[in-house]
Design a protein around this ligand. Structure first.
Ligand code: NAP
Length: 560
């Protein structure tokens, strides 16, 4: 270790200042009294929401559940203005939290981590940054998000395009003016579906390049009135108990009704009611939508019929409804006038499944069939190298191994929280945890609470390092796979949940599909039993964990 940098030694370092990093800083600094700092790439707090400022960027979780619940005071002094919070309001909320807890003074902004290496000699992590700084810590916590490494597809010709192009996940901080411009958008996932209606409002022409059509449920966003915001403010205990008890961390329960156990007429009525409620609640209308193909097909047919009712041109409706995957097996979008936007004269849908993109030209996009679409701007709503890439980008290594080589065949870890061979490292919402299948802030609070208690336990018991056992990672990774296999989720071969959107990425179903409530019990149980499945250095106790310890059969997560 370079001695001149000793002032840069911390008890704990946290990478990322979004929902995860802010709460982790508060817990370790203000509850455990540790010397902690956060390293953040952006110039402000917000994490995912710092970067996602594209037109229409809005959370799909309902605002009364999309918040921290660890503090009554924070809850009672904040009011969301809409059913689904927009990106600017979420940043405002996270700034409010950072200011209320005086977090900013311990955050290094505009600093990008380039390498994290563990020294067996000092038992410290050395964190190097792109501006050649080095910081050291005993406990390293990654709070880098699951959807922060953008995916710009390698399409021939992008460098010669004479107009501007943007990826939705790295949107400029100034307003992008589409007035009078011909815009091409590639991608119709949750992001693309939010962006289309907003971009169409101001541009001269919008061409949407759709590879895979998608289901989408109307969001029915609305401004909250004072009666509702007062209700939310005064129901802290109930809302907290609710989000912490549901399988997806959302503030609503999944029905116990089975799709085919009600009459055809009743089923239609129930779908209709759920459609009118809107948003992710639709998925909760029946219990078995993600476990029974028959149930799923009923929901899929219902949604397709609704899309057909909305879209006036039958050919366009055909392209939008030619959906080949089960409903919600890919992350289900929700929308505000997405399908209706295709009824506008200045909006064109292009089916690039049947006629793929050949190249980007100086003036637009050319298709293999010979058509050329003249464009002034291209918007890539093409998603992320999800879950693993944000961690791999940190170049995490020890003298014996690196995360890149350990995860060569796909992510392997224990509880999505800890990786064998990487002591004192914790990954908030890592692959193998409920994360993207749940309402993220609720999952994040669970992880941060667990990590904080684990570090406190190590300090109290004089343990100098804690590390997941190899066997625990094997068992857990297998359990994550089996849990997903019990659902329709892995049936979609081209889903980012499986890493299939990134050429060459190992196909591993990454999030834990057993439900956040089940997962919480598993984590609590492991902690209560003295961190079973981990090696705690001071004790030299090699505790083994049997597969049966992890088998829980409760419901499938139906979250974000
Ligand atoms: P995504 O779901 O991965 O969708 C990417 C889109 O780009 C897909 O339509 C994909 O087509 C298309 N695409 C990718 N590469 C392409 C290529 N080379 N040529 C043509 N098309 C290509 O990404 P996303 O929409 O950004 O959403 C990612 C996740 O972010 C969501 O699933 C969700 O978890 C999260 N999100 C959350 C919110 C929220 O409210 N909380 C809002 C937006 C997004 P294929 O389907 O054919 O691959």
């Amino acid at each position: 270790m370079r001695t001149e940098k000793l002032s840069n030694v911390y008890d704990a370092l946290v990478i990322g200042a979004g929902f995860s990093g802010l709460y982790q800083l508060h817990k370790l600094r203000d509850e455990l009294g540790l010397k902690v700092a956060v390293i953040e790439k952006g110039a402000g707090v917000g994490g995912t929401w710092y970067w996602n400022r594209y037109p229409g960027a809005r959370c799909d979780s309902e605002s009364q559940g999309y918040a921290y619940f660890f503090s009554r005071q924070l809850h009672e002094n904040w009011q969301w203005s809409e059913r689904y919070p927009g990106n600017a309001e979420i940043r405002k909320y996270l700034n409010y939290v950072a200011d209320s807890l005086n977090l900013r003074k311990d955050i290094f902004f505009n600093k990008t981590v380039s390498n994290c290496s563990f020294s067996e000699y000092t038992e410290l992590w050395e964190i190097q940054t792109e501006d050649f700084d080095a910081l050291y810590c005993k406990w390293l916590v990654t709070a880098v998000g699951c959807l922060s490494a953008t995916n710009v597809p390698n399409i021939t010709g992008i460098s010669r395009f004479k107009g501007d192009w943007y990826h939705t996940g790295k949107w400029p901080h100034n307003d992008v003016d589409f007035n009078g411009l011909r815009v091409g958008q590639i991608g119709t996932g949750s992001t693309g579906i939010q962006a289309v209606p907003e971009i169409a409002k101001t541009c001269e022409h919008l061409t949407v390049f759709q590879r895979t059509p998608n289901y989408s449920i109307p969001a029915h966003n609305t401004k909250w009135d004072a009666t509702y915001t007062d209700w939310v403010r005064s129901h802290y205990d109930e809302l907290k108990a609710l989000v912490r008890s549901t399988s997806n961390g959302h503030p609503f329960r999944i029905s116990n009704n089975l799709t085919m156990e009600v009459s055809d007429e009743e089923r239609q009525k129930m779908f209709e009611r759920a459609w009118n409620d809107g948003g992710l609640r639709f998925r909760g209308v029946f219990h078995d939508l993600l476990t029974s193909q028959t149930a799923n097909s009923a929901a899929a047919d219902f949604i397709k019929s609704k899309i057909r009712q909305k879209v006036t041109d039958p050919k366009t409706a055909d392209i939008l409804t030619n959906i080949d995957h089960p409903y919600a097996a890919k992350r289900p979008p929700i929308d505000t006038y997405y399908f209706e936007t295709f009824n506008k004269d200045h909006v064109t849908l292009v089916d690039i499944q049947t006629d793929p993109i050949a190249e980007i030209t100086r003036n637009g996009i050319a298709l293999e069939g010979g058509a050329h679409h003249e464009l002034d701007v291209i918007v890539f709503a093409t998603g992320y190298d999800a879950m693993t890439k944000p961690l791999l980008n940190l170049n995490i290594e020890t003298p014996k191994t690196s995360l890149k080589s350990y995860w060569e065949g796909g992510p392997r870890n224990y509880l999505g929280l800890a990786i064998p061979g990487f002591p004192n490292l914790f990954t908030i919402t890592g692959p193998g945890s409920p994360s993207v299948l749940s309402n993220m802030p609720v999952s994040i609070e669970q992880h941060v609470d667990w990590i904080t208690e684990c570090i406190a336990y190590c300090i109290e018991t004089g343990c100098t390092s804690i590390e997941a056992q190899e066997q625990s990672a094997e068992i857990w990774t297998d359990h994550v796979r089996k849990t997903a296999d019990a659902t329709l989720l892995p049936k979609v071969q081209h889903s980012w949940y499986l890493g299939a959107n990134i050429p060459g990425k190992p196909r591993v179903f990454m999030p834990y599909a057993g439900g956040l409530n089940t997962y919480r019990k598993i984590c609590d149980n492991i902690a209560e039993e003295g961190y079973k499945g981990f090696v705690l250095n001071s004790e030299k106790t090699h505790k083994t964990s049997k597969p049966s310890d992890f088998i829980f059969s409760e419901g499938v997560s139906l979250g974000v």
